[in-house]
Design a protein around this ligand. Structure first.
Ligand SMILES: NC(=O)c1ccc[n+]([C@@H]2O[C@H](COP(=O)([O-])OP(=O)(O)OC[C@H]3O[C@@H](n4cnc5c(N)ncnc54)[C@H](OP(=O)(O)O)[C@@H]3O)[C@@H](O)[C@H]2O)c1
Length: 359
């Protein structure tokens, strides 16, 4: 009974933590420039030991490339040379059935990027949808994340995630939160690259200070950071900060977040631009992400929305429209990860889940 209660509590906590009920957000603090020890030139990208198997097309140990967004191919080349789709389907807060349905429709519509996490309790559903779609595995880019509780048992946790996904490898694996023993966690991710289980690694909800901590120990520069990002919270500073490392940003809450989309969709600037192009507000926001150089993973349980969200490659926002959207930035999101928040940290570090208790 106690176990069930703590599991439910943890699931609710994960939901609460990630859906906008956290601490209020202050404007992002100004970061310092990367120090000379941390520059892309002086940080070893991938150590000699971290060779990976060819069959998963994993990182080239010598590669260190500036990410290039290509809206024709709808991909970006990451700093380890791997190509990643720039628009994907998000699965947070989707039940296993909803998740399977969404991912299945997304794959049929041409999406090739899927974002999940062990904390979303729907990795098995992602695996089922991939099989059901018939799309070859190598055409799909699967991102998942490790919860804080797993940072000291990364190897076992990855094996469990692979079993739930029913896949041989993960394309991109992220540390979900910047709490707990994330240093050990990151070392575990690097080992997983060396073991050929993961093609690229990165972080989520990390800002300047903690990114620097990772860079102090990293032998593989994070390929990507997944942070909250949308026209109200554009993350220009963070993007500049990680640019020397070739690290790209990926937007969670790209449409403002479940339950919070309407303010963004009804913003007069977005509505006017949508009318100009005969597109919906969601499409304008997603097109903005693409042209702004953000990877975006809108979440949806509605097949019509899923199709709508990928129908954004047949028009272009003008420079003026991009500038208009740039003025919408408030510098604040739903969460503040830039200041020490003891209570938030304790909630995340004490939260444990029985990840295998999913359908
Ligand atoms: N790393 C992290 O800590 C973190 C945190 C949060 C999220 N994420 C990831 O980021 C993904 C995106 O975030 P999110 O799903 O929370 O928020 P979001 O993508 O900003 O918004 C999702 C909401 O938008 C609605 N929506 C989607 N397309 C629409 C359209 N064309 N027209 C109208 N409404 C539309 C969805 O409703 P319908 O279902 O009705 O379409 C849902 O309510 C997540 O799914 C997850 O993969 C990561």
């Amino acid at each position: 009974m106690k176990k069930i209660a703590s599991f439910l509590c943890a699931v609710m906590l994960a939901g609460t933590v990630l859906t906008g009920c956290g601490t209020s957000t202050a404007p992002e603090s100004t970061g310092t420039e990367p120090t000379s020890e941390h520059t892309a030139e002086t940080t070893t990208q991938i150590s000699g030991e971290t060779e990976v198997t060819d069959e998963i097309g994993a990182a080239d140990a010598s590669a260190s490339e500036e990410p290039v967004f290509n809206l024709e191919t709808r991909t970006v080349t990451l700093n380890n040379g791997i190509e990643m789709p720039i628009l994907g389907i998000g699965t947070f807060n989707l039940t296993p059935d909803e998740c399977e349905n969404s991912v299945y429709h997304a794959l049929l519509d041409g999406y090739r990027l899927i974002d999940t996490a062990n904390a979303y309790m729907n990795e098995r559903a992602v695996g089922r949808a991939i099989k059901r779609s018939g799309v070859p595995r190598e055409e799909i880019f699967v991102t998942t994340k490790l919860w804080v509780s797993e940072y000291e048992r990364v190897e076992e946790s990855i094996d469990e995630t692979l079993a739930r996904l029913d896949l041989e490898y993960i394309d991109l694996l992220l540390l979900h939160q910047p709490y707990g023993n994330y240093i050990e966690g990151y070392r575990g991710l690097e080992q997983a690259v060396a073991d050929g289980k993961v093609r690229a690694i990165g972080l989520s909800n990390f800002y300047q200070e903690k990114f620097d901590e990772i860079m102090e120990i990293a032998t593989i520069t994070p390929a990507l950071i997944q942070n909250e990002m949308n026209p109200f919270f554009q993350q220009a500073e963070m993007k500049e900060y990680v640019k020397p490392y070739g690290t790209v940003l990926e937007a969670w809450y790209p449409l403002g977040g479940r339950g919070n989309t309407q303010t963004l969709f009804n913003d007069p600037t977005i509505v006017e631009i949508a009318e100009n192009h005969g597109k919906t507000s969601a499409q304008i926001v997603l097109r903005w992400h693409m042209q702004a150089g953000n990877i975006a993973i809108p979440g949806s349980s509605n097949p019509d929305h899923i199709l709508e969200n990928i129908s954004i490659f047949d028009f272009e926002l003008t420079d003026e429209e991009m500038e208009q959207i740039a003025t919408m930035d408030t510098g604040a999101g739903h969460y503040d990860y830039t200041s020490a928040d003891q209570e938030q940290e304790e909630r995340f570090t004490s939260s444990t889940m029985d990840f295998d208790a999913q359908e």
